[in-house]
Design a protein. Structure first.
Length: 242
């Protein structure tokens, strides 16, 4: 294996390894996986369970509803996942984590890969997160039954940024969240549908006017739908006050 280039690798610690690759095995991400542009490994948490029944959880200390994944189960699973890791970030999919965004995906795509922990039940023992300096990342302000869907979303959003995954490299340029703007509208044939024509400027063949229209549309949509992004865009592009 020495001297061999290692593909970007996603390692997923989960109680449901059969959930993968799931949708990641379809379309462009699936083709890229088949072609070796990235790798997917699942670590079955149940294999690290305690006792004859492979128990992975226990009741919360201090009482309360639900169950918590045990530190003495998750810890060995993390160490097994990272045994040959190339300093890949360790992320726990959690509703209390930092929101996923395009900047995070770019950072992950620039590295060797990622190790993801898919929680279940009430969550994981806090000591695991502290001991392994785990980064918590959230898909959104809502609660899922487990981290597998969030893990697939993160992997999909990252893999598409890897070299040669998208058929056209320009597809990852000037899309939503670049420069803190949402993407402009898209149209294709037929030229008119249900009485709605494609905007004339897009049929003009004038690339300068088309680029200007798309920029204006992106700004207008962002200003209306995501004032938080719009404020960040304005701040980022403000003249230097120094």
């Amino acid at each position: 294996m020495s001297g061999e280039t290692t593909a970007w690798t996603a390692r997923v610690i989960t109680l449901f390894p059969s959930a993968f690759p799931g949708v990641l095995g379809e379309s462009l991400t699936g083709k890229a996986l088949h072609d070796g542009l990235w790798r997917l490994e699942t670590i079955d948490l149940r294999n690290f369970g305690i006792g004859r029944h492979r128990n992975v959880d226990d009741t919360p200390a201090g009482g309360g509803a639900g169950m918590v994944l045990r530190a003495d189960v998750l810890g060995p699973a993390i160490e097994a996942a990272q045994a040959d890791s190339l300093a890949a970030p360790l992320i726990y999919l959690s509703p209390r984590g930092r929101p996923m965004d395009q900047a995070l995906m770019r950072d992950l795509a620039a590295g060797p890969g990622v190790t993801l922990i898919c929680g279940r039940f009430e969550g994981v023992d806090e000591r695991v997160l502290q001991h392994y300096d785990v980064q918590e990342v959230s898909l959104g302000d809502f609660v899922l039954t487990g981290g597998e869907i969030a893990a697939q979303a993160l992997i999909d959003a990252t893999v598409r940024l890897l070299p040669d995954v998208l058929g056209n490299a320009d597809s990852a340029v000037n899309e939503s969240f670049d420069a803190d703007l949402l993407e402009h509208p898209h149209y294709t044939r037929p030229a008119e549908w249900q009485g709605r024509p494609i905007p004339e400027v897009l049929m003009s063949g004038h690339h300068g006017r088309i680029a200007e229209w798309r920029q204006q549309q992106a700004e207008a949509i962002t200003r209306t739908r995501r004032p938080d992004l719009w404020a960040r865009h304005i701040a980022r592009n403000a003249p230097d006050k120094a």
